[in-house]
Write a protein of this length. Sequence first.
Length: 202
Amino acid sequence: MSSFISDKATIGKNVEIGHFCIIEEGVEIGPGVTIESHSIVSRGTKVGDNVQIGPHCFIGAEVELRPECIVGPYCELKNNVTIRSKANLQGKARIGKNTVIGENTIIKYGAIITSNAYISKNCFIGPNTILIGSDISRTAEFAGGENCTFIGERVFLGAGTRVNASCKIADDVFVGANSYVKGDITNKGLFVGTPVEKIKDE
């Protein structure tokens, strides 16, 4: 019932690691972190203070989990993902490589973000939403870059929404459930449909 913790990992004070976990070399875990059973934290990942990682999670290489974020049960984070402070990933969320999730953003159960996407702070990504990232490799900070899939601040994507690769969605956009975002949304408002159409300015 023991876990494997590399002797080249750094573990802070008051850290709780459950049974059957794997903590690889070069991992840095800050104080007050909880990692529940059967989870894997891959090489070079940095886990900030008071982060919570649920059971059966896979955290890829070179991931950054900033302080007080939550990674729920059965989540999967690919390489080079950044989860910023107080973001909340709920059960079975899948986050593709080179993706940034902003502060206080909520990713609901079963949401999928494929790769190379930037989601800004204070967003809500509904359950079973699929956000298709671009196929490019990102630079260190690529928010608003020409080819990245970009979600602005305070965006709400309802349950089952689909977002095409490389789309840009402006701040303060509300997209209704089961909608399809085919292209850029450049102004705030309420959007619904497949593909989405604007039905209200605010």
